[in-house]
Design a protein around this ligand. Structure first.
Ligand code: F6R
Length: 600
């Protein structure tokens, strides 16, 4: 969701900004733009659509070594060239890019800008017009920015160019992520470190309600009331090759294939040489002291949370509730005496989850974030973090981050069980190794899965995924993956629930993908398959060795049933991938979606 880059150095800013924006494409966007300063003029180029279109629009002959850039995911106003960032103030002195949502922008416009002609439908233009207004009242740019930021309510990350101060990029942030990258005679800004890895791998965090003056020779961090702050930089542990597709046609396919490695990597990171789990003692203590775990997450991470509940309850005997982040504060359950809040988030930036984190922290509850991005907002702000070590996930549709979350939840459950003296009748770490091997075998079955996608999903309008017990949660995830990248209307249902209404939608040829990995319920799910088949559905049964039946479309290698979701999700990911491909969809960058959802 919206991305910002900025550069001040000695090289061609245009190219560095465009390449940075390309690295942020994964976040999802519908328009893009850059502004560079050359010959006392701020040149703005912006276009609706892809960065490739923007690239064509950027004039080659503008030589600049300072600039800012932006990818926009529309919130206020349709995706268009006019609403794309950067936005300029009326005199074109100030040029601004912004991520986030300014909740009181209409009020600010009424109170301060009644004589100003505002051109776009965006809240962003109000910020840049305000800054010009305040500077016209006699404030320095720094003071004008500070005043504007302190009046704004909501979330923002901004970068501003001032035509009269060619040596500074003014940067501010509240709730939305933004980093400063530091180098020798060059400094950059980026929503995500990977956008500027080609310039530097050394970064400095900006905290909420800070203003940073970014210049060639250094940066100055201040609070909004002008107090200077000092902060150490850190080295981003990212390998530039992790964010390249290599020989793969899409990041999604690469990331699906990486899953066996990710699981083995997680086991290695969290396992002592004697085979026991290696989790932070504070996390272990927090788990032990809590009487109930509240998992908070969104989308795919929520689905991982549902599996996590089964793992924590069955392995460690801990009661768990799983809540959708965006609903939690409005449907707050009665909390137990000693709750522990566990936030699951690939990006660590999801605004809905952060809203809950801020709220429960104020109430004094302990918090743990499970994330793929350790320096992210949710990670910084929670009491404890567990890293999922999946490596950067670029495709918008989450795959390896989901299985990594479930693997880490398994280890958390095992560690909690051991701390409580619970004897397990299986070796979970060894079982995760078996899971990795099974994943590998399934990744080698692409042809069969492509054939299923071609046969059942090439032309259909809708599809259903059904399952019982943990298979139900994978059905929900399989449906989400299919709908987000192929635009087929897909729903995941509990097998037994279909007959209570939804079965009315089954028509001749409706694809129904049924997951049957659990010995306790595989006969009942097969019964549900018969019910839909009798009404014309085209069923595809995915079962597991040990209880396969003739006619099953795919039989998964046998793994421990509690860990089956890590394996059964692989065919659903690959089927969604091939369905999207056959339907000509943009697999890695599906329409309307953002990788990092930083608005509530
Ligand atoms: C779907 C997907 C989303 C995210 C959701 C939460 O493939 O990626 O549903 O899972 O937006 O994002 P995180 O995990 O970053 O909090």
């Amino acid at each position: 969701m919206c991305g910002i880059v900025g550069y001040i150095g000695t090289e061609d800013a245009k190219e560095i900004l465009l390449r940075g924006l390309e690295k942020l494409e994964y976040r999802g966007y519908d328009s893009a733009g850059i502004a560079v300063r050359a010959d006392d003029v701020t040149h703005v180029f912006k276009e609706k659509g892809r960065i490739a279109t923007l690239r064509e629009a950027v004039a080659d002959d503008v030589a600049a070594s300072v600039g800012i850039g932006h990818t926009r995911w529309a919130t206020h106003g349709v995706p268009s060239q006019l609403n794309a960032h950067p936005h300029q103030s009326s005199t074109e002195r100030f040029t601004l890019v912004h991520n986030g949502v300014i909740e009181n922008y209409e009020q600010l416009q009424r109170e301060h800008l009644c004589n100003v002609h505002v051109q776009s439908d965006t809240d962003t233009e109000i910020i840049v017009q305000l800054i010009e207004q305040f500077s016209g009242d006699g404030l320095t740019t720094e003071e004008a920015v500070r005043k504007a930021l302190s009046l704004m309510k909501g979330s923002y990350a901004i970068a501003l160019l001032d035509k009269d101060d060619p040596e500074t990029i003014f940067v501010g942030k509240n709730k939305s992520p933004l980093l400063i990258g530091v180098g020798d005679g060059v400094n950059v800004i980026a929503s995500d470190a990977m956008a500027m890895l080609s310039v530097t791998d050394e970064f400095v965090e900006i905290m909420d309600e800070e203003l940073v003056l970014v210049q060639r020779e250094g940066i100055t961090i201040q609070t909004l009331d002008g107090k200077e702050q000092t902060r150490d930089s850190y080295r981003a542990e990212l390998d530039a090759s992790d964010i390249e597709k290599g020989t793969y046609p899409h990041f999604m396919l690469k990331e699906i294939d990486e899953q066996p490695f990710v699981i083995r990597n997680i086991v290695q990171k969290y396992q002592h040489e004697d085979g026991s789990t290696r989790l932070d003692g504070d996390i272990r203590a927090a788990m032990q002291q809590s009487d109930r775990i509240y998992i908070i997450a969104a989308g795919t991470s929520y689905h991982a949370g549902l599996v996590g509940k089964q793992l924590l309850e069955r392995i460690a005997g801990k009661p768990v509730e799983v809540h959708i982040a965006s609903e939690f504060l409005y449907n707050m359950p009665l909390l137990s005496d000693n709750p522990l809040f566990v936030f699951i988030s690939q990006s660590g930036e999801t605004a809905d989850s952060r809203g809950v984190l801020v709220n429960v922290k104020k109430q004094g509850h302990r918090t743990l974030t499970i994330t793929n991005v350790p320096g992210s907002t949710l990670s910084r702000e929670a009491d404890y973090t567990l890293h999922t070590f999946a490596g950067p996930e670029i495709a918008v549709a989450s795959t390896k981050a989901y299985t990594a979350q479930m693997a880490v939840l398994t280890l958390l459950a095992v560690d909690t069980a051991h701390a409580a003296g619970i004897e397990l009748d299986f070796d979970p770490l060894q079982e995760l190794g078996i899971v990795a091997n099974a994943m590998e075998a399934l990744c080698d079955q692409k042809e069969e899965l492509e054939q299923i996608a071609r046969e059942y999903l090439s032309v259909t309008r809708n599809a259903f995924f059904i399952g019982r017990a943990v298979d139900y949660y994978v059905a929900m995830e399989g449906a989400l993956k299919l709908k987000e990248i192929s635009y087929i209307q897909a729903e995941g249902f509990a097998g037994g629930e279909l007959k209570h209404g939804t079965i009315a939608l089954i028509e001749e040829g409706t694809p129904v993908l049924a997951l049957a990995t659990q010995s306790e319920v595989h006969w009942s799910i097969r019964g549900n398959v018969k019910e839909v088949a009798a009404r014309g559905a085209a069923p595809v049964i995915i079962s597991m060795e040990g209880h396969e039946q003739e006619g099953d479309a795919l039989v998964l290698p046998r793994v421990h049933e509690l860990l089956a979701p890590l394996v059964s999700v692989i065919p659903t990911q690959l089927i969604a991938y091939y369905a999207a491909l056959h339907r000509g969809c943009d697999v890695d960058k599906p329409r309307n979606l953002a990788k990092s959802v930083t608005v509530e």
